[in-house]
Design a protein around this ligand. Structure first.
Ligand SMILES: [Zn+2]
Length: 149
């Protein structure tokens, strides 16, 4: 199977419809479709996918990290270095969960992976991100705790 680059998938010719898609379509694919097909492995799969994407995109520093996430419309991040090798990232307007009802489970695994992947490229260390807050557990933002190691 061929592997495609970001450059290849970014070449879009849609003169009438443009580059944007309805967020509802994304959420149907992501929250309904993928979970139906991948089941319990959805979270881990999306996390790994996100991490790969984050690593491919890369960031120079925390300002660039925020700019990239906002540019991709994944959300509006606020990263805080709590202590060495421990970063907390709040994500407002999360692509996956913003506005979601309180279902009692968190599922922003792709976002978690993207955050980890981008931070790896900044700090040149491995990163493990764990989601700690979400609209789907009663907050009005998403939060991720990242450990660098
Ligand atoms: Zn979220």
């Amino acid at each position: 199977m061929k592997e495609y680059s970001i450059e290849e998938v970014s070449h879009i010719v849609r003169p009438e419809l443009g580059e944007d898609i309805p967020l509802t379509l994304y959420r149907i694919l992501r929250v309904i479709g993928m979970r139906k097909i991948l089941g319990e492995t959805t979270g881990a799969t999306l996390y790994m996918m996100g991490k790969q994407v984050g690593t491919m995109i890369g960031a120079r520093d925390l300002d660039d990290f925020s700019a990239k996430i906002k540019e991709l419309k994944v959300g509006i991040p606020e990263a805080q270095v709590v202590e060495e090798d421990n970063i907390v990232v709040k994500l407002y307007e999360c692509i996956t969960c913003a506005g979601f009802a309180n279902t009692g489970e968190m599922f922003c695994d792709m976002e978690s992976g993207i955050i980890a992947g981008l931070l790896e490229t900044i700090f040149k260390k491995k990163a493990r991100s764990t989601q700690t807050k979400s609209w789907s557990v009663g907050y009005n933002y998403c939060e991720f705790e990242v450990i660098l190691y």
